[in-house]
Design a protein around this ligand. Structure first.
Ligand code: C2O
Ligand code: CU
Ligand code: CU
Length: 462
């Protein structure tokens, strides 16, 4: 079968953000009546202007930053021919997708690493619509830190009347001349993680993003940073949360401030004003004060349409409902080894600062797999009792499944779906899900340095 695969860039459906989109070749060959979405994706060395005074050597998907936006459709096959043009091995992980295990992109656990110069065909169907993303799962401090992060948008089976705006957040550890600062500093890695110095949205510092007047916008925020929590706010109740980490919420809620940790996403519905030229700032709140991260600017719409009103809920995704009565409860305690010496007897830095259930993933690669943190039975419901026994926050992420957050001892929870829960310091929370996806699934903190220094494990479902 001949694969028709095109590679070109286009700005399909996106305004102002200068985001390349990979174009797809749709074909029905061998697939019955199902449209197929085909892409070619490379990882390669490139140069990009991120800092003020000079170019940076980045690692870029298709040599670009921001990376191409991959668009797929709910329930339709997506195929990505990945070509590794780096000089080291890598993989691509599809964050938030309830994917089959062999396509999850975790080296050694779900596939062999894709060696330098080698290819791997990722082929899967996304059961859920929403805002997801993709990134390597190898040498992550460097590979993600230098630019290998991109948006994966899965469109609803039934088109939604929203105008898409993608806001990809990523900070860089750069000097003004574009050269890198150390990507990880051990004393920060055992605290909240090493923060970037140059903040970008879609690859630009504090951009102004043009949006049409009187439109119903879907602002898709993606926190693709390795470390930072964004406390997103627009300081207006007109902005409403419509989905959290890719999963729609039943009733849109005013976005007052929403903490969005590394790896997390937020979809916000917002009717743009009609006054041309008006600017709407978006903030990262620090207490009562907001730091502006970007702004929207109103431009005339391309075609005259009626001014949109209302923020309708998005259709829910087919996430199985856990049976809490029959569910088994398992407890996971996240601990800090920071009280211990960060050096071993020989004075060498011991990079295991974090523990899950008293264990760290001690080999920083995946080459020597530890035993799973838990072995679950396929089809059964589970409650995970999470306890963050550290004085730092952790966005805890589970691969391959979407779970329901049931309760927390720090805040009132209306149960919601997610793939990543941001645990505050000392927080206890309960999550639940049906273990319906067989395989070995990573369970880790998405502060990349935390993951690389122990806060990582996996569960199995058989
Ligand atoms: Cu974004 Cu292991 O995940
Ligand atoms: Cu993931
Ligand atoms: Cu963490």
């Amino acid at each position: 079968m001949k694969r028709r695969t095109l590679l070109k860039t286009a700005a399909a459906g996106l305004i102002g953000a200068n985001l390349p989109t990979l174009t797809l070749a749709m074909s029905s060959a061998g697939r019955g009546d199902k449209e197929q979405y085909d892409y070619i994706l490379t990882a390669e060395h490139a140069k990009a202007r991120i800092a003020a005074d000079g170019d940076s050597d980045i690692l870029g998907f298709n040599g670009q930053f921001p990376a191409p936006v991959i668009r797929a459709k709910q329930g339709r096959p997506l195929r990505v021919m990945f070509i590794n043009k780096l000089d080291e091995a890598t993989t691509v992980h599809w964050h938030g997708i309830r994917i089959e295990n062999s396509m999850d992109g975790v080296p050694y656990l779900t596939q062999p690493p894709v060696a330098a110069g080698a290819n791997f065909l990722y082929e899967f169907t996304c059961p859920d619509a929403g805002t997801f993303w993709y990134h390597p799962h190898m040498n992550s401090v460097e590979q993600l830190g230098k630019g290998l992060v991109g948006a994966l948008i899965v469109e609803e089976d039934t088109p939604q009347d929203y105008y898409d705006v993608i806001l990809g957040l990523k900070d860089w550890r750069l000097k003004k001349d574009g050269s890198y600062l150390p990507l990880s500093i051990p004393r920060e890695a055992f605290r909240d993680g090493t923060l970037g110095t140059v903040a970008t949205i879609n690859g630009q510092q504090k951009p102004t993003i043009d949006v049409p007047a009187g439109e119903r916008l879907r602002l898709r925020f993606l926190n693709m940073d390795s470390t930072r929590v964004f406390n997103l706010s627009m300081r207006t109740d007109a902005a409403q949360i419509i989905a959290i980490d890719g999963s729609p919420i039943a009733t849109p809620l005013p976005l007052s401030v929403h903490p969005t940790g590394a790896g997390m996403r937020l979809d916000v519905g917002f009717i743009s004003p009609t006054e041309i030229g008006q600017e709407i700032p978006i903030f990262d709140m620090k207490g009562r004060f907001g730091v502006e991260i970007c702004r929207l600017r109103i431009i005339p719409p391309k075609t005259k349409t009626a001014i949109k009103t209302g923020i309708p809920a998005l259709p829910s995704n087919p996430i199985p409902v856990p049976d809490l009565k029959s569910a088994d409860s398992l407890s996971f305690v996240f601990e800090w080894a920071g009280a211990m010496s960060p050096s071993d007897a020989k004075g060498k830095v011991d990079h295991n600062f974090w523990l899950i259930n008293r264990r760290a993933w001690s080999d920083h690669s995946h080459q020597n797999l530890p035993a799973p943190l838990a072995e679950l039975t396929l089809g059964k419901s589970y409650i995970f009792e999470l306890h963050n026994a550290t004085p730092h926050h952790h966005p805890i992420h589970l691969h391959g499944l979407i779970f329901t957050v049931l309760e927390s001892d720090k805040k009132d929870i209306t149960p919601f779906h997610t793939d990543t829960i941001l645990l505050e310091k000392n927080e206890r929370a309960k999550i639940a899900f049906v273990a319906d996806n067989p395989g070995s699934w990573m369970f880790h903190c998405h502060v990349i340095e935390h993951m690389k220094t122990g806060l990582m494990g996996y569960i199995t479902i058989t």
